[in-house]
Design a protein around this ligand. Structure first.
Ligand code: MF3
Ligand code: CO
Length: 255
């Protein structure tokens, strides 16, 4: 991971602009999610929207340190027990009762913004509804604690407490992160731990809080180089925002 970077006013403006674009794209994708839809249509729609907005899809072709094969698509998309870094494939059709996570990153003038949403397809189980509500709530509760001088551990502890109180679990193998000219920068923001841990947030940092939550045991296994699934077959849910740290508090850029 690259070091923590403090953004200039101009960089903040660019990331605000990119954040708005990404929020609108995710909303548009959400509006296209229903039973019977081929997930590949969502990928095509996303690539089209990137062109229209003069941004580039950061995930497509991404290779973390040349260690993994380049990521194949613009969207990360996972359904039900599929977990982080799954990608959409032609012929996969959404059905009533599924939950779909869309996680994606765009690049505007070299700066990245990253956001995720989980969307229910039609009528989903009570458990799935609770999972989605809890995961979203954990993200906004953690975000509300963001402020210059606050330790990253405050966010981690908030996420873990909110999730476990509702009877769900946090993933331990993946984490939120700083963001800027690189998709993944320091600090790492895990979803567990305690408030006295981690570096202090600073005015001008931009961070991605990812609430990575599951209904059962938090262990995942790799299906291939990128794609993972929950080992016990439970549901996986993620929400994520790119957030600017300020002296007074925070600004959610991807809303
Ligand atoms: N929010 C995801 C992450 O930070 C986005 C991954 S994009 C990928 O890991 F290209 F790495 F898949
Ligand atoms: Co991320």
């Amino acid at each position: 991971m690259n070091k923590i970077s403090i953004k200039t006013d101009k960089e903040k403006e660019t990331m605000r602009k990119a954040g708005k674009i990404l929020a609108e794209m995710l909303l548009e994708l959400k509006n296209n999610i229903r039973s019977g839809v081929d997930v590949w249509e969502l990928e095509e729609k996303f690539i089209q929207m990137c062109k229209e907005n003069n941004v580039t899809p950061s995930c497509k072709g991404y290779d973390s340190d040349g260690f993994l094969p380049p990521f194949p698509t613009g969207l990360c998309l996972s359904i039900n027990n599929q977990s982080v870094h799954c990608y959409p494939k032609k012929g996969v059709i959404l059905k009533n009762g599924d939950i779909v996570n869309i996680d994606t990153v765009i690049n505007l003038e070299g700066l990245h913004v990253d956001s995720s949403v989980c969307i229910p397809v039609g009528d989903v189980s009570k458990d799935a509804k609770d999972l989605i509500e809890t995961t979203k709530k954990a993200l906004y509760e953690a975000a509300s604690k963001v402020k210059h001088g606050v330790r990253v551990g405050v966010l981690s502890e908030t996420i873990q407490k909110t999730v476990e109180k509702a009877g769900f679990n946090v993933l331990k193998d993946y984490a939120g992160h700083g963001i800027g000219y690189s998709m993944h920068e320091e600090p790492e923001i895990v979803c567990y731990g305690n408030k006295h841990e981690g570096p202090k947030l600073k005015d001008g940092m931009t961070i991605c809080i990812e609430t990575l939550v599951c209904t059962g045991n938090d262990e995942v296994f790799n299906v291939n180089a990128w794609e993972t699934r929950m080992k016990d077959g439970g549901l996986f849910c993620i929400f994520e925002h790119t957030i600017l740290v300020t002296r007074k508090g925070y600004e959610i850029l991807t809303r």
